[in-house]
Structure formats: structure tokens, C-alpha cells
Ligand binder design. Sequence first.
Ligand SMILES: [Zn+2]
Length: 451
Amino acid sequence: MSKVMQTTISCTQCRQPFRAVFQNVIDAQEDPQAKMRLLTGQINLAQCPHCGAVNTMLTPLVYHDPTKELLITFIPMEMGLSKDAQEKAIGELMRDVTSRLPQGAFKGYLLQPRQALTMQGLVDQVLQADGVTPEMMETQRARVRLVEMLLEASDEDIPALIEQNDDQIDSQFMQTVTLLAQRMLQEGQQGVAERLVLLQNQIVACSTFGKQLVERSRAQDALIEQAANEINALGPNAQRADFMNLAIRYADSVEYLQAIVGLVRPVFDYTFFQELQVRIGQSPAAERPQLEALREKLLELTAMADQQTRLALQNAAGLLQTIVNSPDPQAVIAANLPLIDYTFLQVLSANIQEADRRGDVNVGNRLKAIYSLVVDLLQADMPPELQFINEVLAASSEEAARDVITQRMGEFDGQLLEAIEAVEEQLTDQNETALLERLNWLREEVVQIFG
Ligand SMILES: [Zn+2]
């Protein structure tokens, strides 16, 4: 129902005519993307192909969300339509809305559309129907104003401005900066997006919230390292009971338990909780309440970890979508390099396989091109030892791999062995048997040279 129309307009800047598309009926249910464009101020904008100016198209608009029984009309005052012309324009759009309704779906609210006097008023009404209050909207607008102010400030003024607005800087503010940066990238405004990322680093460095964030993540890293050391100390043949003892020892520290669950989530399976239950039954009555509490905590933490995994997969899928849709995938990848991790590569590979299975050559090729872009950029970001190991692993034959070794071995020293061990651990975790074989072969070559 969200019909896209075409018309010729004259550019407000260079006065030259060009064909532009616009939309005068938005159905939030059928076309949620159109609703998003409306909420983010992206609806009915047309960029002039001659001078690049972005023109706002003036057109009557009807917004319809059947699930919320919401119908709003908007006629820009700048159009200067007479009362009669306004009614005629809205009448036509309304006929468009009602004629497409399924049989029997007509309801009373369709006869009494609400009216918005401005585009902002229309957006506010849509947001309010979504449960966003005027106060929340004002707070969000204040956040955007603060970001704009910081963007316009000169570099030396920024720290003082951050300090002055310290109380406004919280996680939602940081999220606003991230969202703005993403939107700028999608609109091809690479420069602004880069400035926003730099700004974000300055905010983290100068604000109370940012400093707390850094401290918390440092404390968390230390805890994870401690937990990792203790788990390693259990040795390769550790049993569920060993992990259970570790958890019992740290039963008082939720942060520590969280670190263990994060590191070895598969240990905490159905059998683990069964064994813990048995142990609770065998324990002296005085110790049981504490063990029961531990069991509850571990159940909660494993559920949380699983949810985070799902969330990470969703985020990776969202990022992949942004990259696929972007006219400049390489720029989006480069700007999001810290987000491109093992999960992202998993999602990307799964999408490639799915495209191959469907026989969708276009999408498949696009995804494969993205894959090699990602791998190139990640490699450029890696220490030379890892780049070298990757090159050996990716070689088409053992002979080609040997050539790589002869050419580059002179660049390295004994540290190469440490890098090989790190890669081996990762490949073992991921069950990459074929690559492990190639890696063992490389290790033997390296040992012969340095050993
Ligand atoms: Zn123009």
C-alpha cells in the first residue's frame, strides 16, 4: 500500500529539473522501512543529480498503522493549498487507503483521521502511539543537539564542553552517537561518520560515564584473565566435578561465576546441573542453601550467556545487512572493524552457503566479495606472524605453501612458534581438522629451522 510515485521537480538550489520519487501513503504494517524513514527524517527527500543538493519534496501524506488504529494526515503548509484543494488531496489518498483494505477490515477510525500540522508533529504522533512520551522525545532531541554542538566545536573546545555536559552523558547518549555515525555511513557521509567515531573516543576519555566504563571493562578483563588461568590449571582432562568445585569456591562472586560461564559455557550442560543436584542432596543440611543459591545463579548466568550469543548473532547479521546494502562496502567494513569477529565471519559464511544453496549467484558473489574484503582488512590489522601463518594455511597446495615459507621465513624469529600455538588452540576449538594438519606441518618446518 506504501506506493512510490514519480514526478519532475526543479532543484531549489540550481533550478534544474529532475525526476524524483516520493511517497504519499505510508502503511506502517506493510512497509516498516517507510515508517523508519519517516521517524528518522528521511522520507520524501530527493538528491539533485546536477548539484547534489538534497530537496525536501512537498506532498500531502497519509500515515496508516492498522495494528494501532492510527490514521494521520499531513499537508505541508508550504504547499499553500486552499481548504478545498486540501480536502480533495486527502480524499484521494484516503480512497487509496480504503480501496486496498481486505474485505471487512473497514473500521470507524478510518472516517476520522487525525491531522498533523507539521512533519515533526506527524513524527511525534507516531512515536506517542509507540509509547514514546513527549518528555522522552525531548530528552532524545537534547541528546542529538549535544552531539551536533560537539561536532561543530573545535578540537580544543571539546574536552571542556564534555565536562560541562557531563550529567547528560550516559549509555543512551553513547548509543545516540553510534546510531548517528551508522546513519551517516549509510548516507555516504564518510567524513562526518569518522568525526563521530573520534568524538566517541574523546567522550569516553573525558566524561565521568566514559571513565567508569573503562574502569569496569578493565576490572572485568582482569577477572576473566584470572578465571581463564584457573580453568587452564585444571588441565585438559578436567571433569564436570572440577568445574563444580571451582564454581563452589567462587559462589559468592557473581562476576567471577559470569566469567567462568562465559569462558566454558558448554561445561554447564544438563548433566552438570544433574550432578550438582546430586551433590546438594549429599551435602550436610547446613551447606545446602548456599549450593541451592549457586545452582540458581548458574542457571541464570547460562541463560544470559545464551541470550548474548543470540544477540551477537543478530548484531552480526544486522552489520552484514548494512555492508551488503552499502554503495561502499569497504568503507563500512573499515569503520566497523572492531565489530568484525569470529561470530561475524560465521554469519557471513552461513549466508554464503545459503545463497549457494538457493542458486542465487548475484547475492552469493556479492557476499563472497565481502568475505575477501573482510579477510584482507583483518589481515592488514594482524601482527606479521599471524599474517604469515594465514598465508601458509590459505596456500593452494603444499608446494605453494613451501614457496611462501622459503620467501618469508627470514622475517621471523622463535616468536613464530608462539603464534603457531595460539592459532592451533583456536583451530582446535573450532574443529578445523584440515587446517590443523597444515599447521602441524608448518610447525615441523619451523622447528627444523629454529629448533
Ligand atoms: Zn540542483
